[in-house]
Design a protein around this ligand. Sequence first.
Ligand code: C5P
Length: 426
Amino acid sequence: MSEIADAHQTDHETDASDGQPMRVVVGVTGGIAAYKAVQVIRDLVLLGHHVDVVPTESALRFVGRPTFEAISRNPVRTDVFDDVAEVRHVALGQQADVIAVVPATANSMAKIAAGLSDDLLGTTILASTAPLILAPAMHTEMWLNQATQANAARLDARGVVLVGPAEGQLTGNDSGPGRLADPAEIVATILSAGRGERRRRRDAELASDLRGRRVLITAGGTREPLDPVRFIGNRSSGRQGFALAERAVARGAEVTLVAANAEVRPPEGVKLVTVSSAQQLAQACAEIAPRHDVVIMAAAVADYRPVTVAEGKIKKEQAGEELTLTFTRNPDILQDLSASRGSDQVIIGFAAETEPDDAKLLELGRAKIARKGCDYLVVNRVGWNLGFQSDENSIFVLAASGDVVSRHTGDKMSVADVILDLLAIV
Ligand code: C5P
């Protein structure tokens, strides 16, 4: 036994690093290999995991309850009618990181394949979404029987993991496939499935870390009309803002997306408001922002607009060889929203700069966050082939103090996640 514990020392170290022992349900069904389940249970316990043993009545004819209780250091029950008040099968099934049936007899495989639940083990398995591992052990003829093979295929198709059976000497003098897999292999399979399940659950938890947060995101680039058919615009495609909206929805936020002339399809699940000019964007934000906990200004907003918008198309015949347009400043939406924000509102601005030098880029960013008054500023470098319209982005995030709180280069979805992580810790 100590040999196996040593063999899994690396597993143990990895498990401990994620902070918590796993909860493993070990079902034991009625075959002679039940005595080897004791070793699997002991290994798991020595590795620091919590093990609930659920033997069937017939398993207890091979190994007694006191053995399982002593080895698992937990009370052992077999009947759904034990502890009715705490609905034990549901509790065991829901809490489990992994369920393993060691050994799984031909009969128990048939029952599990059919979804039968006439004992605590059957109900626990049905009540759980945790990975299920079966370690079959039976006579070769029973294993090779078409009925058992069909059950094994059915279980495999449902994602149940079968460890073994191994080939070798069986209980009598006969030998062939049907021997319980090596307990060390069973333990390794249990731990790897449990770790996978833990990761999936952590991801699912992360997926809802913005639940209940109302997030306003602006995206795209404004267009300032010159006449009914022409405008002054910029090359922002809306991709980064849309990626932010998509990831915020995926992480559970309620998202309003104000899009200005974006080239990409809006993600599912957002409340979409479309605008075109900076003034329209300013008006939409002034109206919508107070109802949101977070404002992310990813839109590229024109700083100036033509003083007059011609009623009809501007004619070269009238303008002659040179055309002079006069511009006036647009409102600074980010600055205005930051100045009038509620005490709990978080505001994130963007600064797209063409400055090639990192240190100078950050200096520009620090001056900008001080001027704008927002909580964070996402600074990214743009250029003819950089930032706008590409799928990749490279960012620094500055806090109001001027400190760089994160930096990241990657596709726009991963950049979105890095930015949204700021909200998870605010
Ligand atoms: O000053 P600059 O245009 O670089 O600032 C960029 C940030 O300010 C972006 O978050 C942009 O959405 C926002 N902005 C604004 N109103 C403007 C200009 C920029 O809200 N008129």
